[in-house]
Design a protein around this ligand. Structure first.
Ligand SMILES: Cc1cc2nc3c(=O)[nH]c(=O)nc-3n(C[C@H](O)[C@H](O)[C@H](O)COP(=O)(O)OP(=O)(O)OC[C@H]3O[C@@H](n4cnc5c(N)ncnc54)[C@H](O)[C@@H]3O)c2cc1C
Length: 409
């Protein structure tokens, strides 16, 4: 088991510097254009594929880094470049992890390459869980998957919303209800292969931030997929459902939720790391500006009112990174999240990104309010971190429930 350390090893430093170079030379210069276009930045994804950043190999290498720091380090650097473009690059990875975590070896080998395509023809993937009436309340999901035993096919019906890459993805991973009595334990994940009839894109959202990332509804109308597209296979699903039914009937059946919560705890630090990247980017612009902009005959950083803000910004960013790294290390080394440390890291880092980017806009004054400077975009982008992968309110609920043992509502 890897000891916790704040020293990156030589390999990690090399990867961090390589990612930083890509973020500085390729992502950041393209950020304003794709934010305005509100379109998926295919040429940038293609560049990332050419150098090996947009690939399963790269993602898996970071995911399986025994120190746990591979993913947070990668996320921070890419999102430092630009949040919308970086989400377009890592969005496929989020769907791929769903297959890596639940799929059979055959499913992993078949579908993940189709999610990425190759450098000549890049593809993306989407993970579709949220629905119009099931956002924070995942148990309210309505999309159904019904098994047609005669044809060994699953039939999916429902509407998904807020899907990153939804409708433009080559492969969609869709979460659906297979047993409505079991709440979130009665859900299963399915692969919808490229070109399957019945899957279509609904409305594409025009967003406040991360506008280079495509977000849309996904409509599923009698979508028929082969039995082998159920992630993990039918036998495993049937066993899992039988166990869940037994536990639900047993006294204290509510506790079956804990396994699902542990999965979220492990994935939330990655979002925290994205927030650290955006916050750090805005802080650096603000620090530089404060040293070079003069008013009243001296640089504005000469005023404590500005300098102390920068001191607080940097302190919060570093504290966020420490929480993120701790939680990522805990997830990788299998430490139990007894105080919801994963949720803590996401809550603190995402609120920090919102606060720090707002302070950066203020420090740049009128320039901060224009699209001539990047902090305006960073401030809009930062708003997503307190919303997706569980809102700040849901993180606080999880932390408070975990600490108190009380089912706080
Ligand atoms: C840009 C973007 C990309 C996304 N990408 C994906 C994706 O790829 N795949 C996917 O499946 N989903 C995705 N999502 C969905 C995202 O995870 C949800 O938006 C999020 O979970 C919140 O759900 P909701 O929007 O329905 O808000 P709601 O759940 O309706 O919440 C509204 C407000 O009520 C608060 N609230 C709700 N319940 C409680 C409570 N019990 N106590 C206190 N406050 C509460 C919330 O905190 C929030 O402030 C994405 C969303 C966005 C905006």
């Amino acid at each position: 088991m890897a000891e916790f350390t704040l020293d990156l090893n030589d390999d990690q430093k090399q990867i961090r510097d390589w990612l930083h170079g890509f973020a500085a030379d390729v992502i950041r210069p393209a950020a304003a254009e794709w934010d305005e276009r509100e379109e998926t930045p295919w040429p940038v994804i293609q560049e990332a594929a050419k150098v090996g950043i947009y690939s399963l190999d790269f993602y898996a290498q970071q995911f399986f880094d025994p120190t746990g720091l591979g993913i947070p380090m990668a996320m921070e650097e890419l999102f430092w470049g630009d949040a919308g473009i970086a989400l377009s690059i890592v969005g496929t990875g989020l769907a791929a992890v769903g297959v890596l975590a639940n799929g059979t070896e055959e499913q992993i080998g078949t579908w993940i390459p189709q999610m990425y395509g190759d450098a000549d023809e890049v593809k993306v993937a989407a993970f579709c869980s949220s629905e119009p009436d099931a956002g924070s309340d995942v148990g309210a999901m309505r999309t159904r998957a019904v098994y047609d035993g005669a044809k060994d096919e699953w039939v999916l019906n429902g509407t998904k919303t807020w899907a990153t890459n939804g409708g433009i993805a080559n492969v969609h991973v869709v979460v659906a209800v297979v047993d409505g009595e079991l709440g979130s334990k009665g859900h299963a994940s399915f692969i919808v292969p490229p070109g399957t009839p019945g899957l279509s894109q609904g409305q594409k959202f025009k967003k406040h931030g991360i506008r280079a990332s495509h977000t849309a509804e996904v409509v599923l109308e009698d979508v028929r997929i082969p039995g082998h597209c159920l992630l993990g296979g039918k036998e495993k699903l049937d066993e899992r459902l039988a166990r869940a039914r037994e536990r639900a009937e047993a006294p204290g059946g509510e506790r079956v939720k804990n396994a699902a919560m542990a999965t979220f705890e492990a994935s939330r630090p990655a979002v925290g790391a994205m927030a650290v990247g955006t916050a750090r980017a805005a802080y650096e612009v603000a620090l530089d500006y404060a040293k070079t902009r003069s008013q009243f005959g001296r640089p504005i950083i000469d005023n404590q009112g500005i300098a102390f803000q920068l001191a607080d910004m940097r302190t919060r960013i570093d504290a966020s990174r420490l929480l993120v790294w701790r939680a990522s290390w805990m997830a990788t080394t299998g430490k139990p999240f007894t105080s919801a440390e994963g949720s803590m890291s996401k809550l603190y880092a995402s609120e920090t990104a919102k606060q720090v980017t707002a302070q950066a806009v203020q420090i740049l004054g009128g320039n901060g309010f224009t699209r001539e400077y990047p902090v305006e975009r960073m401030h809009r982008d930062a708003a997503i971190y307190t919303i997706f992968e569980g809102t700040s309110e849901i993180q606080r609920l999880v932390i408070a429930r975990t600490l108190s043992g009380v089912p706080i509502r």
